[in-house]
Design a protein around this ligand. Sequence first.
Ligand code: CA
Length: 224
Amino acid sequence: MRLLIVEDDPLLGDALSTGLRQSGYAVDWFRDGSQADAALSVAPYDVVVLDLGLPGADGLEWLRRWRSAGRTIPVLILTARDAVDQRVAGLDGGADDYLVKPITIDELGARLRATIRRATGRAQSVWQHGELEYDPAAKTVRWQGRPVELTARELALLEALLAHPQRVLSKSHLQEKLYDWSGSEPGSNTLEVHVHHLRRKIDPGIVRTVRGVGYALGSGEAGS
Ligand code: CA
């Protein structure tokens, strides 16, 4: 999953992006709304974490612009303004959730999981796909009841596929879900290597190759 953080406080922004990367998210952090707005146009984010008090147009103003432009991406507002009217304005402005500072990475992580779960239409906190079980909080995977050890990138790839179990996802889309703009460019065959590992560690049919298009999640049944 890839997150967009908009936060002008350098200490908090740094702490959030570091903490959330350690939790396995790809994270891009911007200090004002116009940079975030530009990023939103080019990368496939799953959730925006939006501070309200920002230089220039404030977070509420950006949220209104995004919603009126038809952007449906989940937005979690993060702010020091704890007055009830601000919370109401945020939610009425199209926010999906609201967190009042000071916050911990643990609580933000839990809210993000809940937001992503709702956005992917799931009611249960453990994601089930055939014989595959994925617990986003514990970051654990079970196949036919037995635990499977995956690296952070393999987990991120599996999570991206599980978020859209019916869709074929292009290689470039999956690359963009796994890698933010902070690090070095992934090698051109990195995605193929991760897919290979998922098939070896879980089941050969867990990821389907759709020739010329990309990858899709398999049925989740052994040997299919
Ligand atoms: Ca601020």
